[in-house]
Design a protein around this ligand. Structure first.
Ligand code: BDP
Length: 723
């Protein structure tokens, strides 16, 4: 008996080890492996004996599959479905209005109060039998509820006293893919596009289904398939057929398809001479085109438009406003309930004003002039997804126009796919910023979720970091950012720590030591990358074109507002961009309380110092150090923190599967190298202005400034081909 016991233990151990080896990251956070904790497993097996899904629809059918696969895997034994409740331990999933059981349970009025996509999960009894009910207001709510329920099991939660009510705070939760039709991905660091356009519509890569499952599991309900630097060809029948195939596949998962509209499409594929939005022929062309799209995709979501920005065509080519352009498309989309997401990421080097001011200057006067199905898509900060930016001044400034958030999940400026950087902390910093638009507490989150200005439409978009690499995101921890984006779009009140914990439990392990170690690494990782690349409010000092690594010396480009010197303004006196009233006055675009916070050297948080001020090299920081010394220390500290991460990771060697352990270890080594590269380049470069020594006790850079300046990366990934 004893022998059999030992054999069994050995067998389970060997199973575990081989399982530890087999992780290639493909399954993301949806790994339904046998629950490792024996007590939990027993508890769950007791509480879950069978399942019953009332009703039938494509969405309920994917919910069934997920529930079945999920619990079978997690519980390690097949759980069957039943048609009636005759024993304890049945998981009942049903939709409001389609279920006699929900009516019997008196849940209808509670469900009525949820948002359209909301769900309830609770323990109760039916016919004196214990059941767990997953109820959706619509079928999609059932699917979201099923994923939530599986998450409870995956993260080893108690499932005996459940009373969960969940509704998304934001309506359109969208991934923006910057994917080109040739499968290159602008700012993509995880291989090529997952959309295999050439083989669509006939070949449906199984990855599409797993993509839809992953998104549905975190509540993402829209995908923009194509790059904002748009190609009109996607609007032609040959491509619309392919788009339709994807839309059909995604529909049961509650995911709508959107496309980017190239403003000059009427000329490029329509044969017209103009794309002037006030030209009746142009209007008719778009109307017909949009009607045609809806023939292919009856629930098409709408368009994202980048216009008059970075060389993209737009209404201003015809002396028309952004509102003229957006409204023309909105009118044609309105009969089909489609929306326009018009981007506020506009700036022009011919405009002689601080780039940080231009979006506000152009859009604020247009408040209230957009159609009701137009959202203005605003990046989190006024420049461009930098490692740290203050919130965009448009938030709070357009009460009559729904503004939506655009975050960047792909780490264009945050270490790309070689650095471990968890972005939820950065996103939370932005969402929790107070705009003071209606007094204290007018946070960016409240602008975005519509509560501050009573927006009728709300949305959050994230620029995807997904590619066709086996593990989807290149860096295994890049998955956490995809995950966190979805969770925050659903509920921005979650903390970065909570989201990280869920992700770690599902992706790695429920072992406390692993959770604590990884959570700690993740929560500090954003500050770390800021320190070793753009500390104290520095920004936009990366390498030109590919944006890989440091380039504070970049000074000659086709336009000044793409250079680094435009942003750091280093000279013999000091460094930083004076955006106060004695400088570009960008600060005046914020509400007075915010101006007061950032406006003086004394008040300005040091994290934003050089964003708003040009500061003398000898300025005394709060620590008593001079600015120059503090800057150096930040860069060196950043490198140290990467080394700390390496140590933390190494300590987990026996606990993480070999493949992921080795991969992250190697990536952290690359990150250390890159952090040193950033540090040395920036310190040596800024030293040419400060003319001061690197503070004592800090190691000297091993290479010269010229060495770093000469490094070139013509084939760095994600580069924009035409730049
Ligand atoms: C910048 C990227 C560029 C994008 C642009 C955008 O470098 O490739 O086209 O943002 O958001 O950060 O339109």
């Amino acid at each position: 008996m004893k022998k059999i016991g030992i054999l069994l233990i050995l067998f389970t151990l060997s199973l575990n080890i081989s399982k530890l080896k087999a992780e290639d990251g493909y399954r993301l956070w949806l790994r339904y492996d046998l629950i490792s904790n024996a007590q939990k497993l027993q508890e769950y097996r007791r509480s879950i004996q069978a399942w019953l899904i009332e009703g039938d629809s494509p969405t309920l059918s994917v919910a069934k599959n997920e529930l079945q696969n999920g619990i079978n895997g997690l519980l390690g034994q097949p759980i069957s479905n039943v048609k009636t409740i005759q024993k304890d331990g049945i998981v009942v999933a049903a939709t409001l209005g389609k279920s006699a059981l929900l009516t019997q349970l008196n849940l209808n009025s509670r469900l009525e109060k949820l948002n359209l996509e909301g769900f309830l999960i609770l323990n109760t009894t039916i016919n004196q039998k214990k059941v767990i009910v997953i109820a959706g207001k619509e079928d999609i709510g059932v699917l979201y509820g099923v994923f939530h329920f599986l998450k409870l099991l995956q993260t080893h939660q108690n499932i005996e006293k459940l009373n969960i009510e969940s509704s998304p705070k934001v309506k359109l939760r969208i991934l923006n893919h910057w994917d080109n039709l040739d499968r290159t991905v602008e700012r993509g660091y995880a291989g090529f596009s997952i959309w295999d356009w050439h083989k669509l519509p006939d070949y449906l890569d199984p990855r599409y289904t797993d993509y839809a499952r992953a998104n549905a599991s975190i509540g993402i309900n829209g995908t923009v398939l194509t790059n904002v630097n748009a190609n009109a060809l996607v609007l032609t029948p040959a491509y619309l057929e392919k788009v339709a195939a994807l839309a059909d596949l995604f529909r049961p998962y509650g995911i709508k398809v959107y496309l980017t509209a190239r403003f000059s499409a009427p000329i490029e594929i329509g044969g017209l001479k103009t794309a002037d939005p006030l030209d009746p022929q142009v209007q008719t062309w778009w109307k017909n085109k949009i009607n045609e799209i809806y023939q292919y995709v009856p629930d098409f979501g709408g368009f994202v438009v980048k216009a008059n920005s970075e060389g993209q065509p737009g209404p201003q080519n015809y002396q028309r406003s952004h509102a003229d352009g957006a409204n023309m498309l909105a009118d044609a989309l309105a009969p089909h309930n489609g929306v326009v997401m018009w981007r506020a990421f506009v700036y022009d080097n011919n405009v002689p004003d601080d780039r940080a001011k231009q979006a506000y200057n152009e859009f604020k006067p247009l408040d209230g002039t957009f159609r009701s199905n137009v959202l203005i898509q605003v990046k989190n900060g006024p420049i461009d997804f930098q490692p740290r930016e203050p919130f965009h001044p448009l938030f709070g400034a357009m009460p009559k126009t729904p503004l939506m958030m655009e975050f960047q999940i792909t780490q264009e400026y945050l270490g790309q796919a070689t650095n471990l950087v968890y972005l939820a902390t950065m996103w939370k910093e932005c969402l929790e910023s107070d705009t003071y638009a209606k007094g204290q507490g007018s946070t960016v989150a409240k602008v975005i979720d519509g509560t501050l200005h009573e927006y009728s439409m709300t949305s959050m978009a994230g620029v995807a970091n997904i590619g066709n690499e086996r593990n989807w995101t290149g860096h295994p921890f890049g998955q956490a950012n995809w995950y966190a984006f979805g969770r925050l779009a659903w509920n921005h009140e979650l903390t970065a720590a909570q989201i990280a914990e869920d992700w770690i439990r599902m992706t790695f392990s429920n072992d406390n030591n692993i959770i604590k170690t990884l959570q700690n690494m993740m929560l500090n990782s954003h500050e770390t990358v800021v320190k070793h690349s753009t500390p104290l409010g520095l920004h936009h000092i990366m390498g030109a074109g590919h944006h890989y690594g440091p380039g504070p010396w970049v000074s000659r480009m086709s336009r000044a507002d793409w250079t680094s010197v435009y942003y750091h303004r280093a000279d013999s006196m000091g460094v930083g961009f004076n955006r106060t009233s004695s400088g570009s006055d960008a600060l005046s675009q914020y509400f007075p309380e915010v101006q007061a916070k950032f406006g003086t050297l004394e008040n300005c948080p040091e994290a934003f110092l050089l964003w708003f001020h040009h500061v003398n090299w000898d300025y005394k920081m709060k620590s008593g150090q001079t600015l120059w010394a503090a800057l150096c220390h930040q860069y060196y500290q950043g490198v140290e923190e990467v080394r700390q991460m390496q140590k933390s990771w190494d300590a987990l060697e026996t606990k993480i599967d070999e493949t992921r352990f080795a991969q992250v270890k190697a990536l952290l080594k690359i990150q250390e190298k890159e952090a040193i590269w950033w540090r040395n380049s920036c310190v040596l470069y800024f030293q040419t202005f400060s003319k001061q020594a690197i503070p004592k006790g800090l190691e000297q850079p091993e290479k010269s400034l010229e060495y770093y300046q000469k490094l070139s990366f013509p084939y760095a990934p994600g580069i924009r081909p035409q730049w």
